[in-house]
Structures are given as structure tokens and as C-alpha cells.
Design a protein around this ligand. Structure first.
Ligand SMILES: *Cc1c(COP(=O)(O)O)cnc(C)c1O
Length: 408
């Protein structure tokens, strides 16, 4: 996604980037310290509205809150989506605090402990079982608490859909139960005091290829239609996963949502209506909902030239926004879009590298970026910071204070 497009989404006021309708410098004064993350309420609302308008009626939207678990963000989204997916008991508490009904909260993720599952069963949320060990723990918790657990089976699909280096599903993994082992697991659960609602298949993440997502969804529906007869009751829950990607880099093409939506409409009208008519069908999205609605704001604390190369040293870095630095050097590093937010409409006149304040060359936020003349005190803003930012970064590394977060 181009920086210009992102800048247009947020808007500008008097030459500055606007977030939540406030010029950046005013927002920074309100927050009171840099660095900080800011999430734009209007953009979140518009994002969900776009999804609702394009995706077919009869399809529910789940927010996978690990993408951004800030309680204010989750609260705002709780009023816009149909359900929330959580990945820990801590996230479960935040989701339930929003007032989202327990049966609309699902809990996925490997390694759920007996204590976490007990809390989930007591709360009445839907546990997406990743293994037979979890199934036994849930049954034990249900017996002990006198509560009938609500569960769905997470299935590791027996298909892989690939193309252009992007892959969904297939092979061994720690998530879910292999499709071929599902009959055995269902046999353990049939007759037990448990409400077995249906199935969850999450085949992959951050995919920008609509045809690959569509193909994975078709294969998922085929798979679940084939498993449906194993259950003693009709399938009432069909979680198709998500994987909708966002364009992090200038060369990335945004996902063609229309192609995904048409495919989902055909699935709902076709095999789902015919074979799974009672299923609440959901897609669960994290980054697609929040990723583009947030920025990470840092202040330039030093400007220096080393052997002809200009460095802007900012007060934040990879300890808050790890992904923008290239995830500890493990991938080919490309720049996340960034602007000097306080000079959003100035001409670019120089090439500079934006580096964080950590003692490692990995703390690089923008390599050789075209920028306006930038001085100490200016605010450098990284886009695409709404998902997997603060809570997916090593904040304790080097012991700097935690950044603020604000929803405006
Ligand atoms: C992380 C996760 C998601 C969200 O993934 P995004 O790429 O942020 O959309 C959805 N479902 C499950 C089961 C997950 O673990």
C-alpha cells in the first residue's frame, strides 16, 4: 500500500497527519509522551462497514482480538462485529467485559491448560478444542462445575492451497486435530455431557491472494460437509477461519475482497444451505480489521550523518513495533510505510534512515526513505501499526518505558 493512500485514509489537517480527527502535534500533546500507538475509531468503524457491505448477508464476522487486545479497541469493535475470538484466559476476560454474550466468544489456541479451560467452561464461552487432551480437560471441568461445555473441534485440514509463495493449510502442525483423526475424537465426545456445536478450520494468515483464500474456503466447506454426519446433532457452528491479508509494503497489492465475498456467497447459497443449514457461519479476522487503522508515533531525538548517510534517531523502535524492523533480521527486510507526520505535505528533499533507540543495528524502522528535511523534535509515524504491534513486540528489551496507547 502506498504511503499516499494511507495518508489519504487518515487525512491531514494544516499540513499534519490527522489521527482521530486531531492534528498529530495536538494528539501528541494530549497523550503527553512519545512514543505512542494511536488507533483511529472512524477508520475502524469504516473498515467493519466495508466488510459488512461486501461480504454476503448471513455470514458472521468474528474479531480475532490477539491482533489488537487494547480493551478500548475491543470494546469499540464488540459493538460492530458478531463475535470475538480469544487466545488466552486474559483475552477472554477483556472480551467478556465488553458485554459480548459468552456464546459469541470463542477460545482457540494450542496448549490450553486445565485452569484456563475451567474458566472458559465456567464462563460459557465456546472452546475450540485443539486436541483430545483438551477435550478430556473440558469434560472434567464441565462435570466438576455442573455446566455443559460448549465446544467446537478445530480441524487441521488435509489440503494445502498454494500459489505465489502463499500457502493455506496442509501438513503437520500443532494446531487442531488432523482431519483423519476427527472421527476418533468425535467418538470420545458423543454421549458425553458436552454441546458439540461444529468445526473450526483456520488454514493460514496474511494472504493477499483472493483466489487462494477462496479455494481454501471451498475445501474447508467440503471437509466439514464430510465430517458433519459424525455429529449427533446438525452442525450449528462453522468457522471458516480468515487469513485476509493487508498490504504492508509498497509493492503489495491489496486483497480483492469482492472475489472472496462472491465465493462466500456461493458457498452459503450452495453447499452450506444444502448440507449445513443450521450452521452459524463465520469468518474470523484480526489484522484485516485493525491493522491499517493504527499508527506508531515516535519523536526524532537525534539527527546525524555517518560517512554520507543521514540517520534520524527516534525515541521508539523495534521494542514496540518489531514487525517494522524486520522481525529480528529473520526475513528480507522491507520498509513499512512511514511519514514525518508533522510535515505530511512537505516535498521530499532528502534520503535518510530512521533508526530506533536500541543498541542493535537491527533497530531499523526505515532504510533510505525519501523524506522532507527532518529535524530533532519532528514526529515520525509508522503506518500499518494497528495489528501485532505493541503486544507482539519485545517491550522489555533494553528496559525503556512502555509506550502509551490511545483510541481516538
Ligand atoms: C491469529 C488468528 C487469527 C487472526 O489472524 P489475522 O492474520 O490477524 O487475521 C484468526 N484465527 C485464529 C485461530 C488465529 O490464531
Amino acid at each position: 500500500m502506498s504511503t499516499a493512500d494511507l495518508l489519504a485514509d487518515f487525512g491531514t489537517i494544516k499540513g499534519e497527519l490527522a489521527v482521530g480527527g486531531m492534528p498529530l502535534s495536538l494528539l501528541a500533546a494530549r497523550v503527553g509522551s512519545t512514543p505512542f500507538f494511536a488507533y483511529d475509531r472512524r477508520l475502524l468503524t469504516e473498515r467493519v462497514a466495508t466488510l459488512r457491505s461486501v461480504l454476503p448477508d448471513g455470514l458472521d464476522l468474528t474479531y480475532a482480538m490477539k491482533a489488537n487486545p487494547m480493551p478500548a479497541v475491543v470494546q469499540h469493535l464488540a459493538g460492530l462485529v458478531d463475535s470475538i475470538d480469544v487466545a488466552s484466559a486474559g483475552e477472554m476476560a477483556v472480551a467478556l467485559d465488553t458485554g459480548m454474550p459468552a456464546e459469541r466468544v470463542s477460545f482457540a489456541g494450542p496448549g490450553k491448560t486445565a485452569a484456563e479451560l475451567r474458566r472458559a467452561v465456567a464462563a460459557g464461552i465456546v472452546v475450540e478444542l485443539e486436541s483430545s487432551t483438551e477435550a478430556r480437560r473440558v469434560l472434567a471441568a464441565g462435570n466438576e462445575l455442573g455446566v455443559r461445555p460448549r465446544v467446537a473441534l478445530r480441524v487441521n485440514p488435509d489440503f494445502a492451497v498454494k500459489g505465489s509463495g502463499m500457502r493455506m493449510g496442509g501438513g503437520p502442525q500443532q494446531f487442531g486435530t488432523d482431519a483423519e483423526q476427527v472421527p476418533g475424537l468425535v467418538a470420545e465426545l458423543v454421549g458425553a455431557d458436552v454441546d458439540l456445536l461444529g468445526f473450526h478450520v483456520f488454514a493460514g494468515s496474511q494472504n493477499l491472494r483472493a483466489e487462494i483464500i477462496a479455494e481454501a474456503q471451498r475445501r474447508t466447506v467440503d471437509l466439514v460437509v464430510g465430517l458433519a454426519d459424525l455429529l449427533p446433532t446438525p452442525v450449528r457452528y462453522l468457522n471458516l477461519g480468515g487469513g485476509f491479508g493487508i498490504p504492508y509494503f509498497a509493492a503489495d497489492t491489496p486483497l480483492d475482497l469482492g472475489v472472496v465475498a462472491d465465493n462466500l456467497a456461493a458457498l452459503l447459497d450452495g453447499p452450506i444451505a444444502a448440507y449445513l443449514p443450521e450452521a452459524r457461519t463465520v469468518v474470523e479476522l484480526g489484522r484485516y480489521i485493525v491493522g491499517e487503522c493504527g499508527v506508531y508515533v515516535t519523536e526524532v531525538v537525534d539527527r546525524k550523518v555517518s560517512r554520507g548517510k543521514t540517520y534520524l534517531v527516534v525515541d521508539g523502535g523495534m521494542h514496540h513495533q518489531l514487525a517494522a524492523s524486520g522481525n529480528l533480521g529473520q526475513v528480507i527486510r522491507r520498509n513499512y510505510p512511514l511519514v514525518v507526520g508533522s510535515r505530511a505535505e512537505e516535498e521530499t528533499v532528502e534520503t535518510a534512515s530512521v533508526v530506533g533507540c536500541l543498541c542493535t543495528p537491527l533497530d531499523l524502522l526505515g532504510n533510505d526513505v525519501e523524506l522532507p528535511r527532518t529535524e530533532v523534535g519532528d514526529l515520525v509515524v509508522l503506518f500499518q501499526a494497528g495489528a501485532y504491534g505493541l503486544t507482539a513486540s519485545p517491550t522489555a528489551f533494553l528496559g525503556h518505558p512502555a509506550p502509551a496507547e490511545v483510541l481516538v
